[in-house]
Write a protein that binds this ligand. Sequence first.
Ligand code: ZN
Length: 280
Amino acid sequence: MKKRCFLLFPNFLDKAVTLSYDDGVRQDIRLIDIMKKNKLKGTFNLNSGLFSLVKDENYRRMTKEEVIETYKDSGMEIAVHGYKHFSLAEVDTSVATADVITDRIELEKMFGKVIKGMAYGNGSYSDSVVDVLKKCGINYSRTVVSTESFVIPEDWLRLPATCHHNNPRLMELAKEFLAPRTSTRFYANPPRLFYLWGHSYEFDDNKNWNVIEEFAELVGNRDDVWYATNGEVYEYVTAFDNLQFSADNTLVYNPSALTIYLNYFGTKIKVDAGETASLL
Ligand SMILES: [Zn+2]
């Protein structure tokens, strides 16, 4: 009885949006401004062994000090992206392990937080890399796979996105995501997650900041969408999956520290942290 069709996001919402941006480049400052203006939240995946690296005019990573200043009180999540941004499927297991765990340790020291999220450098992963992540205590890791759908993830260590911001269907997908439900049967209306990813230097490379501004204006600042970081989505959905049901299926117990919201065959139920609620 852990069917995702019963899942609602906080405050009984059935739509969530999260962003995921990589590399810690200077354009993240402008991106965070746009996100904040539109109430969007997201996760910034950082390589703590590559601060200050400059590749060209647009590709300038922030210094360690700038990184702390930019993200610390931004409301955004910080996640691992590999200490040196290795393609983890192409290096020895020991190298991959060091790349993940060193980045995790450095970022945790910088931000004073437990960091359990990640995005694969160059989207590179394999089954053995996934095992490395498990050993390094990573809860979820984003790939560069786009589904062009809004399904709630099942395989958190091979996490796909809805799309990259350069996807020509971006606005079409955003409109589809926001469109009212057509069926009155609750199980035909599963909750939706829009997961957008990219690199903010690409907006300067392609001179297309309008893409993210238009997306943020359409999808942001709404009462019917939950805006969350990747980690918040992971924690909420995992807490939902960990709900315990009584043997006769009349009670639901929430052992997590989060309030969980359900649509149980059309009835909206809220189960507070550590509490039991009736399903009748
Ligand atoms: Zn990267």
